[in-house]
Design a protein around this ligand. Structure first.
Ligand code: NDP
Length: 342
């Protein structure tokens, strides 16, 4: 059969992202297939199981999830739950003897990230964080051009991520404004794309962060989590990054890198499809036409190959932990109104 040799994935949490982006992408995978579903909504799970050819016995609830250990069809568990639930389900999956792919942000505290890494290490299982931009052709091409020196010496980066959060209209946004489930606001959810991009585009780790936050506390959406946040990162080579994220401006997901020879613009930088790249200098600009790939399928295949071939993923738990540490430092800098060394 076409699926023989593919590794089996259990999808945990059948929400908007899981059902609209991830599950449909398996059809483009060479090494990954869906073999189990885990959900708190039995009717929805049953319907999706039929649609995706998942056996009824391979549909789990959160309560009986641990028994997934007895299912040989499941190699990898993919956690697509609200942020604060990532740690518990990653740890339970590792204890059930499964490899784990976990959505961003990895967790809502540094301690949880450390526990997740320890649990997967103890079980001898892989842990990968689903930083899809690392598997996306435009971002990969940008990294390659930068490493080859096309932009010269990097000097600065700007990146902005915004989208209007609508908790009363959109179910997927309802937990995003609850601190206990989301861990934080726009920074945890989408500012993390800017933060992570600054790191993979420079290939460096920041040494200092500053930040300012402003949220209208009379807006019921921002009683518990932040809306607007602006943060800067200083890198060892002297690159200065300036980033914003917001839950109240319209859709934006862009980044621009400035070198002493040229600049490179990705707009969008972190969308699902339809990326764009422009490169320019004093003489003009060009727009390289790259082939848009399915970044979700590439990411799922990478996870499957790492599990199969005992390789460390390109974006392991340690990568997720770094961002959560920087996020905490950004919140601290915003709160204190002072630069924080990281
Ligand atoms: P949704 O609310 O649409 O999905 C979350 C699902 O988790 C729910 O549908 C539900 O599934 C399950 N769930 C279990 N307990 C709860 C609870 N207490 N409250 C709400 N849901 C619960 O959110 P998203 O799909 O947008 O986000 C899920 C995760 O994916 C987040 O970590 C987010 O950061 C990440 N994400 C990543 C993206 C990316 O591009 N990499 C894009 C969008 C999201 P069920 O009914 O089956 O139990």
């Amino acid at each position: 059969p076409a699926d023989s040799g593919k590794l089996g994935f259990a999808i945990v949490g059948l929400g908007k992202f899981a059902t609209q982006q991830i599950m449909p992408s398996f059809k483009d995978c060479k090494h990954a297939r869906i073999t189990a579903l885990v959900s708190g909504s039995p009717d929805k799970a049953k319907k999706l199981a039929q649609e995706y050819g998942v056996a009824e016995k391979s549909v789990y609830s959160y309560e009986n999830f641990n028994s997934i250990k007895d299912n040989p069809e499941v190699d990898i568990v993919y956690i697509i739950l609200p942020n604060s639930m990532h740690a518990e389900y990653t740890i339970r999956a590792a204890q059930a003897g499964k490899h784990v792919l976990c959505e961003k942000p990895m967790a809502t505290s540094v301690e949880d990230c450390e526990k997740m890494i320890a649990a997967c290490n103890k079980a001898g299982k892989k842990l990968m964080i689903a930083y899809r931009a690392h598997y996306e052709p435009f971002n990969l091409d940008a990294m390659e051009r930068i490493r080859k020196g096309e932009l010269g010496k990097l000097r600065a980066i700007t990146s902005d991520h915004g989208r209007p959060v609508k908790p009363t209209e959109e179910k997927a946004d309802s937990w995003r404004v609850v601190k206990k489930l989301a861990g934080g606001g726009s920074l945890m959810d989408i500012g993390i794309y800017a933060l992570n991009a600054c790191r993979y585009l420079t290939g460096e780790e920041p040494v200092e962060v500053t930040a300012q936050e402003y949220s209208d506390k009379s807006d019921p959406r921002f009683k518990e989590v932040e809306d607007n946040i602006h943060f800067t990162l200083r890198f060892p080579s002297g690159v200065l990054a300036s980033c914003t994220s917001s839950y109240s401006y319209s859709e934006v997901k862009r980044g621009r890198v400035f070198g002493d020879k040229a600049w490179l613009d990705l707009d969008p930088l972190s969308d699902y499809y339809e990326h764009n790249m422009k490169i320019g200098d004093d003489k003009g600009k060009e727009e390289p036409k790259l082939k848009e790939g399915n970044q979700f399928a590439a990411e799922l295949d990478h996870m499957a190959e790492c599990a199969r071939d005992n390789k460390t993923p390109k974006t392991p738990g340690e990568e997720g932990l770094k961002d959560v540490r920087y996020i905490m430092a950004i919140y601290e800098a915003a709160k204190k109104g002072k630069a924080v060394k990281v």
